[in-house]
Design a protein around this ligand. Sequence first.
Ligand SMILES: [Ca+2]
Ligand SMILES: [Ca+2]
Length: 297
Amino acid sequence: MGKIKIFVLIVCVIYFNLPNASAFVYDDFSASELNTTKWNVSAGVDGFGPISDFYLDAINKNYHTKQTVAADGRVRVKLSNYIFGNGEALDYDVFLNSGSGNYMSRIVINDVPLDVAGLCLYCGAIGYWGQPMAEGDAIGKYHIRLNFNQSNTTIKITRPDNTFTFYQSTNFNAPFIFAFETTTGHDGITHVDYDNFAINQECGDVNGDGKINVVDLTYLVAYLFSGGPEPKINKLIGDVNGDGKVNVVDITYLVNYLFKAGPAPTTCGGLTTPAATVLSAQLTTSTPKNQLQISTD
Ligand SMILES: [Ca+2]
Ligand SMILES: [Ca+2]
């Protein structure tokens, strides 16, 4: 193969691996009450009663969950109007304020808690359930990063002391529905809050189903010309040519991409979160396959 051909190949590989996702805040719980178009709350799950408190805390601006008496209790909060597809990601914070007995904060994907899915013992859980969770039970802020891929999910949990745990689950396939859960055992008391949910959505996926196809084109046309709903979750996800506006030029761009081998949607205008990008870079350089790895450095 000649040098020019190799150069072209390398350029193509780089081009087609360019990230075209755009990060934005899904909910930072700064509203006065819970947005029920974004979240579905199940009080008590798996036959367990509801925990004592669970509500949007408008003063502290987070989602508050607290068990005030020793008992079996659950609350599950599902992100209800966004479905994750291949290449998309979710970032959020978990604040462990207190806890005793059996309690944990869980990650739930497609209605199955990660620890129940058998990925590993209590994986994805923060707290203490007969023993300290791998992610720890230290008081403070944990940061969660989920990357949704076609047939697996990677999970990075950064602890209050900046050490982290990394998992790759092979138990799930796209599309992905996410929920978080606070749960206690019979002697469990805890106070866990959640905040700062940010989605890394593929530019051009205006209906938020994890794919870019003709359905998005139809959606965008309906939005611009016949009073259809705005692109989910942020209008600018429809700015596929990245000029900061959503208009007929984006429709032309999308038609060219889908039917005439035109360029893929660029990073949508104005939708970037540097912190999420940094986390993503860390993930891609420390990815063991199907392994649990705990770093203490
Ligand atoms: Ca779509
Ligand atoms: Ca545009």
